[in-house]
Design a protein around this ligand. Sequence first.
Ligand SMILES: [Zn+2]
Length: 643
Amino acid sequence: MTKKLFFLLLVSLSLNAFAQPDRWQQRVKYTMNIDMDVQTNQYKGKQKLEYWNNSPDTLKKVFYHLYFNAFQPNSMMDARSLRQGSVVMRKDKNGNEIVDWDGRVKDRIANLKENEIGFEKISSLKMNGRPQKFNYHETILEVVLDRPILPKSKVVFDLDWHAQVPLQIRRSGRDNPTTGVRYTMTQWYPKMVEYDYDGWHPTPYIAREFYGVWGDYDVTIKIDRNYILGGTGYLQNPNSIGYGYETKGARVTRPSGEKLSWHFVAPNVHDFAFAADPDYKHITRQMANGPTIHVLYRNVKNDPKEEVAWNRIADAAVTVYPFIQKNFGEYPHKQYSFIHGGDGGMEYPMATMLVSSSLGTAFHEWMHSWYQMILGTNESLHAWMDEGFTEYATNLVEEYYSKQTIKDQTPEQKRRSDSIALNALPLYHEGNYSGYLALAKSGREEPMTTHADHYNTNYAYSNAAYLKGNVFMEQLGYIVGAPTRDKILLEYYRQWKFKHPNPNDLIRVAEKLSGIQLDWYKMYWVNTTKTIDYAIDSLYQDGAATKIRLRRDGMVPMPIDLKLTFKDGSTEWHYVPMYLMFGGKPADEGQNPRKIYESWKWTHPTYEVQTTKKLTDIISVEIDPSHRMADIERRNNKLELKW
Ligand SMILES: [Zn+2]
């Protein structure tokens, strides 16, 4: 592509006028009343669910998730976890076998007693007032409707149920052995399964990743009056609750009785989570142009370090929000809560559960608000679009935060900052690249099209979803240019928020903004485990010119940035687009002078570029000195010549 054409492309990109995509979606409105018994760890619930079938389809049945039923001996989650315990990954230096456990689950479900298991039991289920037949399939409830739900119509389900909160094993539960948090109420109520253009997604609760229907939640939780709650949604009766929720200067007047009713409303979310503990401390921060931050944490020993750490989370959220808003888009809700709970870090709408005061985890979970809560990709099917992009964004947010808070940069920090300026792979992504490369060489890699619960190993899942997903985004910057990649991320958010985008939706935004065909990138990087490996094959003097032959050893074709360095210290950049792109990127910063070639046909194993300089003037030739291309064998990317 000529330079002139590049310029024209850039001009058209800045116009940026793409229509909002139109895609039907189901809609829900939950009204739930919960009565908790903190002695038996059980609760009773009444749920009214207004359900809009906006699809063109007639629905003869519906499905609900009953997540708590996973926490029973011999459940599917239990059986899978026990299997992972038999998968030996490697041996440690003392010769002990390292198995593929999730350290939090292991064989703990198998050992739960009757009063420690979780369950959700339905006592009554009606549609428009008529009782409906239902079948339990452990964590999925199948409801065979007496009359179908017609396209573009609304029905009302009324459901009564009774549940026991399991001992904390994974994500949800009571009496966390590490934190002592009494109740982490996540994945805790009968929840309508999402129905979309792929049909129903009755994904049983095996391990991970979620998908839900957007709607409005109105939830009232009745619980012993000494319990303090945090969660999704705005508290509607703050002045009859108090505990730090009261409006400034207002007098708290609690009704009499042993219990208090906490009334929350959450608009436009696809889940509702909360946690409850009598010992929570509650701090808040109000941003000038952003959400109110709530932090609820337990610190029963009054450890001053913990006080500092939880307060730091609140302050850091305020510090980084302007950067997040600018680079990843606006947070649409007025409130976000960091809550001590769960067993790691787990994201929910308007809130996260954090097992510790780790700031890195807090940043990661908050960034999920963008990729899971607001974009809401089906994580089961495309975990990399949630975890990978969340990782990518978190790395940038952490870097920004450390620059804001550390005045005198250490040499290591300076190196990090410089690496960004030079269009090199930022050091904060390096761990993600090396983790992906380890996966690619491990023999355990599976395509990222694998359903999150169906990977053979937890190792393959997490390195693919978190690390290869992050590499997807950073490497996209190598292919289309980093500034274009940044615009793609923002535009993707703008166009697809609250719409459940899939991989193709992202690729289409990227294609329109870059003017480059990118279907091949999705196909190779997401659908296969093929790898990238380019090499310098040979150099030879040909008349007045020097020819450099490049060789493709890996099966994934990529565009090539090649840097030549000469004895006199000067450099030359050579750019070879890849055939399937039908276009090319503008020069990255510092790539000057740059020579642009005809595209390299992916069927052809070698390609020759040339320079007018003499062979003996060249001191080094390097493919992708930025290291943003995830080449599995970098040693053959660079040739240094000594004359
Ligand atoms: Zn995550």
